[in-house]
Design a protein around this ligand. Structure first.
Ligand code: SAH
Length: 288
């Protein structure tokens, strides 16, 4: 699906500031200065999960460079007149390489624009925000990081899964399910990860889940450990699937759960039976 903005359909045009936010206009927000890049987390999906600084940035930028994970509904809060640039896969073309995106941010900043780099979740959480800000820093381009709610915490909350709970886990591991090549990451200590924490929250893990589950089990993780696959967290299209570590690979192969999806291993998911609050009537609200 392309999230490319269309010029024609902008029902929000002319309604730049929604009335509810007008009272923030006089708050001493940091100024978004020309030639700066703000790397902003948009949260996992629900527009209401953006921060006030993120909203402020949207109202004061010249250009938004956004990636594929950003919910397009959020983009209607961008100031009228700001340019929107998509930096993800489009029309089957491969995604632009990271270097190109970083170079683009530098070019826009040097052209005197106020550049809003909008990323899904939190920019520093498996979001390449580290790489992008590194390139900006080396190029001498001033930047600010606006953290966002990461899918592996805030997204889980929408499924009634607390990332930590005194009765289930005093620690949690955040793990990526693939490295730059798309394969299961080789440079993590699987033997340690398998048993180090009662809960493992995995990003980008659906494709390699069978392989990851096998390695975890081979390193001592119980075969009957619950596995929850949470797709489109915080969105009306949110879906949750439950399986076990032993069954995870076959489940994914047979059911192809929608992505983006977070995979949770461990008994944190048991709380869902009690805490699953995001029901059908709540999903009708477009903000969150
Ligand atoms: N910076 C982002 C993560 C980027 S990596 C963050 O902090 O959330 C991309 C991965 O994030 C996806 O493969 C998926 O595992 C996860 N993800 C992002 N948004 C999601 C959502 N709404 N529902 C489920 N998973 C999501």
């Amino acid at each position: 699906m392309s999230h490319a903005p269309t010029k024609s359909a902008k029902p929000w045009e002319g309604d730049n500031h929604s009335p509810g936010f007008a009272r923030l206009d006089h708050e001493p927000f940091p100024q978004f200065e020309a030639g700066w890049v703000w790397l902003v987390g948009a949260g996992p999906g629900a527009p209401g999960l953006m921060s006030l600084l993120a909203y402020h940035a949207m109202q004061n930028c010249d250009v938004v460079v956004y990636d594929a994970l950003v919910n397009p509904d959020i983009l209607r809060w961008v100031r009228v007149g700001a340019e929107l640039e998509y930096a993800g896969k489009r029309g089957g073309k491969p995604s632009p390489v990271q270097r190109d995106i970083s170079e683009r941010l530098i070019d826009l900043a040097r052209a005197g624009k106020r550049v809003l780099r909008l990323k899904g979740g939190d920019p520093f959480m498996f979001g390449r925000g580290g790489e992008e800000s590194q390139t900006l820093a080396k190029a001498g381009v001033p930047f600010r990081i606006v953290p966002g709610i990461t899918a592996g915490v805030g997204g889980l909350a929408y499924a009634g899964i607390p990332a930590t709970h005194r009765d289930t886990n005093h620690a949690v591991i955040f793990l990526t399910g693939h490295d730059a090549t798309g394969r299961m990451p080789a440079n993590v200590n699987w033997a340690a990860i398998a048993t180090a924490a009662p809960v493992i929250v995995m990003y980008m893990a659906v494709k390699n889940l069978g392989e990851i589950a096998a390695v975890l089990q081979a390193n001592g993780r119980p075969a009957d450990d619950p596995v929850t696959i949470l797709s489109n967290a915080s969105m009306p299209s949110q879906q949750v699937a439950s399986t076990t570590l032993a069954g995870a690979g076959a489940y994914v192969a047979a059911n192809e759960p929608p992505t983006p999806a977070i995979v949770v291993v461990g008994h944190a998911s048991d709380w869902r039976s009690l805490l699953d609050w995001y029901g059908p009537s709540l999903r009708e609200n477009p903000i969150g």
